[in-house]
Every structure is written in C-alpha cells, then in structure tokens.
Design a protein around this ligand. Structure first.
Ligand code: PGA
Length: 247
C-alpha cells in the first residue's frame, strides 16, 4: 500500500527572520506535489513567525517540547504553547536531543505521550550510532528505541516514525537505498508483531540523514520509505525537489 508521502524539514538551530523568510517565500511560491505532506521544523523563537508566514498547505513543527503542560521548567516549552502558536507538530527524540543533550528513551517516551495527549502530531526519531551499526546491533537499538515510543502511543494516526542513522546525519554519508529499505522493512515487521497489523500498514516510516535533491528519488522509491526528515537541505531551495521526489 502506498502511504501519503511525508517530507519534514528540520531547520535545527539555523537561520534568522531574513533567511527563513526568504526560504518560506520560496516554498510558498513553489509548485509542490499535492500528494506530499510537508512539515517544517522551526526553531522555537521562530515558530510563530513560521506559522504566520508559511502557506497553510504546509505544516510547522517544533523541534522539541517538555513532558508537562506548564510549570517551573526554565527554558522549556510545552505542547499547549506550541498549539497556541497554531503549530501542529513536534519532532521528538532527534539524535541531537539524545546524544548532545542526553535525553533518555524514558524521557522521550514521556514527551511523546504528553505531546499526543495534547493534540500534537509527533515525528518520533530513532537511529543507531556508527559503532552500533558496526557491532551489528542496529536492529536491537532501533527496536528498543521504538518500543520506548510505542509504549506511549495510543493513536498512531498522529505519529510519523523517522529512522535516522546517526552516522548519516549531517555527514554527507547517506544510507544507501538498500540500507534504508532494509531497516524500514524490519521496523514495519516489528510494528506488525508488537503493535498491530493495521498500524504496520498505515504508519509512515520516513528516512533522515543527508537526504539531498540528488539522492531523494532513489531513496523515496523504496517500498518502505514513506518520506524524509531533512536537515541541511531543508534550508535550501532544493527542499522543493525533495518534496517532489515522488512526482
Ligand atoms: P541532515 O539532517 O539532512 O542534515 O543529515 C537530518 C536530521 O537531522 O533530521
């Protein structure tokens, strides 16, 4: 079954009102495949700006949020605040949150639960490090990360699972289409056994890690690759080509 293609941009901690405004104008005026769901992950301080300026046919995502609605948590933001800016999505469990900021599977699970309960869609990220791949533990690692997420999901219709091998993020070393397909297929089978047939058949599993305009078509033509999460290239006009990868 072909699922609606999902392309997320993750701007990370990049850009300013001028450069992001220019990027938004490029996206607003581009010819985009209607069959692709597009979501742009903006830095927290620009969520309102992004949502106010980006055409309504594209979604906006926060890049993180906390696990409760409000309180004495200096520096954090909550799903209700994200929703108050008109923003519909949040990226959780990104490898930079896991490995630069030390977020655990447990915390990510709690964040996923709270974001979904609050009505946000969640782009939930998983992925193995280079040493884990080399040690042959890729499956074990991504299954454990997915389990910690799955334990906290009641409604999978609001979840997109992003497989992002850490060694491919920001390195220019993209997983080959075969490597991506292999893990995506295994993750779908894991979902079939550990969640349900219906979820395995309907959840979008997107790939992230050095996706570019040049490699997106081949990656996107793999059976179990239902879209992308794009970092560096999402800040460039070539993001349009990635959105249109299946056109
Ligand atoms: P990249 O980042 O496309 O720059 O490798 C992907 C991501 O971190 O989501």
């Amino acid at each position: 079954m072909v699922l609606k293609f999902f392309v997320g941009g993750n701007w990370k901690m990049n850009g300013d009102k001028k450069s992001l405004g220019d990027l938004i104008t490029t996206l607003n005026t581009a010819s985009l495949n209607d069959e692709t769901e597009v979501v742009c992950g903006a830095p927290t301080v620009y969520l309102d700006f992004a949502r106010s300026n980006l055409d309504a046919r594209m979604g906006v995502a926060a890049q993180n949020c906390y696990k409760v609605a409000k309180g004495a948590f200096t520096g954090e933001i909550s799903p209700v605040m994200i929703k108050d800016c008109g923003v519909e999505w949040v990226i959780l469990g990104h490898s930079e949150r896991r490995h630069v900021f030390g977020e655990s599977d447990e915390l990510i699970g709690q964040k996923v639960a709270h974001a979904l309960e609050s009505g946000l869609g969640v782009i939930a990220c998983i992925g193995e490090k280079l040493e884990e791949r080399e040690a042959g533990t890729t499956e074990e690692v991504v299954y454990a990360q997915t389990q910690a997420i799955a334990d906290n999901v009641k409604d999978w219709s609001k979840v997109v699972l992003a497989y992002e091998p850490v060694w491919a993020i920001g390195t220019g070393k993209t997983a080959s289409p075969e490597q991506a397909q292999e893990v995506h297929e295994k993750l779908r089978e894991w979902m079939r056994v550990n969640v349900s047939e219906a979820v395995a058949d309907s959840v979008r599993i997107i790939y992230g890690g050095s996706v570019t305009g040049a490699n997106c078509k081949e990656l996107g033509s793999q059976n179990d690759v239902d879209g992308f999460l794009v970092g560096g290239a999402s800040l460039k006009p070539e993001f349009v080509d990635i959105i249109n990868a299946r056109a």
